[in-house]
Design a protein around this ligand. Structure first.
Ligand code: PLP
Length: 399
């Protein structure tokens, strides 16, 4: 008998074993209740069991779940049109995940230069602490050793600069550069928002050198920061955007959005996916969009984001032996801890002893990513749990 678990043991799974979700709460196997301020890592934007999303999936599952992309797609055309109407983009390729959306974004950027007769322009400049997914292409797009070790040889065609260092990024531009691939707010890297000067400077460089500005909004997009896409708050128009996570509200779905110009090389036969954008996924995507585009929804995210941030900032002085500062945008917030390398341990403490779910991230930051539908009462409950946790927590450095 092999000691290898049937489920490949690539995740350090904790003891929480959710079997049900109710709004902003998760319920474990033995009935334990958790306040879910992790949202499946920025996925369950409408919380758990949202009636409109659930109903849309149920109805579509009973009508038509999947057909091949060999056939016409009324569902895909309708959903893509709505994505386009709500964004900078002219066209969308639908995927099943964030990494696939980023892969399509990388291919679209390369293909743009190929279509222009410049196939040598194939290098995307990416940034330290970036996270773009776990495929071979997307791990090649980050220089984080923990993602890459043992998987070499990786894909050529990436150069790495310091995040928020405009000069450093511009210095890497040469005749092989295709563009930049950047998260407007780094998620896994520790909730690090780009500075406006940085993103605007990258846009300007793209305009000057004929490069593609490719944004990875898989985590920071889809309402999370209080606008449908984070770049809207920077006054920057991208060429290509990878979107996923919240876009399906929990159903596996992603999209690579692009302008007509950027997508000019993506002609028949250049890309594909068996499942991508099947009718069931599109029904989920449309249902999420119905809610997200309701008047007042994004204002609610902004208001709750301000309220949560305020609550966290007010709490910090009472526990300033543990908490350092708050950062982020909207409901994509990070609580930086003082003791080095304890964020995972503090997240575990909050989870196991106070019933509050959050996610650790880089730079010793605790990520706070609640469902976008939270109310004041959930914020008050989270702050109370965090305060209680901080009062009794004894720091233990992460392994
Ligand atoms: N890009 C960013 C910014 C992400 O945060 C993630 C996932 O955390 C991905 C890409 C990859 O998405 P997925 O895990 O759906 O492939």
């Amino acid at each position: 008998m092999s000691s290898m678990p049937a489920l490949m043991p690539v995740y350090p799974r904790c003891d929480v074993r959710p079997v049900r979700g109710e709004g902003c709460y998760l319920i474990g196997e033995n009935g334990e209740r958790y306040l879910d301020f992790a949202s499946g890592i920025a996925v369950n934007c409408l919380g758990h069991g949202h009636p409109h999303l659930t109903r849309a999936i149920q109805d579509q599952a009973a009508t038509l779940m999947h057909v091949s992309n060999l056939y016409g797609s009324p569902q895909g055309e309708r959903f893509a049109q709505r994505l386009v109407d709500a964004s900078f983009a002219d066209t969308a390729f639908l995927t099943n995940s964030g990494a696939e959306a980023v892969e399509c974004a990388i291919k679209t950027a390369r293909r743009y230069h190929y279509a222009n007769g410049n196939p040598q322009r194939h290098v995307l400049i990416t940034f330290n602490m970036a996270f773009h997914g776990r495929t071979l292409g997307t791990i090649s797009a980050t220089n984080q050793a923990k993602m890459r070790d043992g998987f070499e040889p990786l894909l050529p065609g990436f150069a790495y600069a310091e995040f928020n260092d405009l000069e450093g990024a511009l210095a890497l531009i040469d005749e092989h550069t295709a563009g930049f691939l950047v998260e407007p707010v780094q998620g896994e890297g520790g909730i690090r928002p780009a500075t406006p000067e940085f993103l605007q400077g990258l846009r300007k460089a793209c305009d000057e050198h004929g490069l593609m500005l490719v944004l990875d909004e898989v985590q920071c997009g889809y309402g999370r920061t209080g606008t449908l896409y984070a770049h809207e708050q920077y006054g920057v128009t991208p060429d290509i955007v990878a979107s996923a996570k919240g876009i399906g509200g929990g159903f596996p779905l992603g999209a690579c959005l692009a302008t007509a110009e950027a997508a000019k090389g993506m002609v028949f036969g250049t890309h594909g996916s068996t499942y991508g954008g099947n009718p069931l996924a599109c029904a989920a995507g449309e249902a999420v969009l119905d809610v997200m585009l309701e008047p007042g929804f994004l204002d609610h995210v902004k208001a709750m984001g301000d309220r949560l941030r305020q609550g966290l900032e007010q709490m910090i002085p009472n526990h300033d032996h543990i908490f350092d500062s708050v950062r982020g945008m909207g409901l994509m917030l990070g609580l930086k801890l003082k003791d080095p390398a304890v964020s995972r341990d503090f997240v575990a403490h909050c989870r196991d002893h106070h019933g509050l779910l959050m996610v650790a991230a880089g730079e010793n930051v605790v990520r706070i990513l609640p469902p976008l539908v939270i109310e004041e009462s959930h914020i008050a409950e989270a702050i109370e749990k965090l305060s209680d946790a901080a009062r009794v927590y004894v720091p233990v450095a992460d392994e």
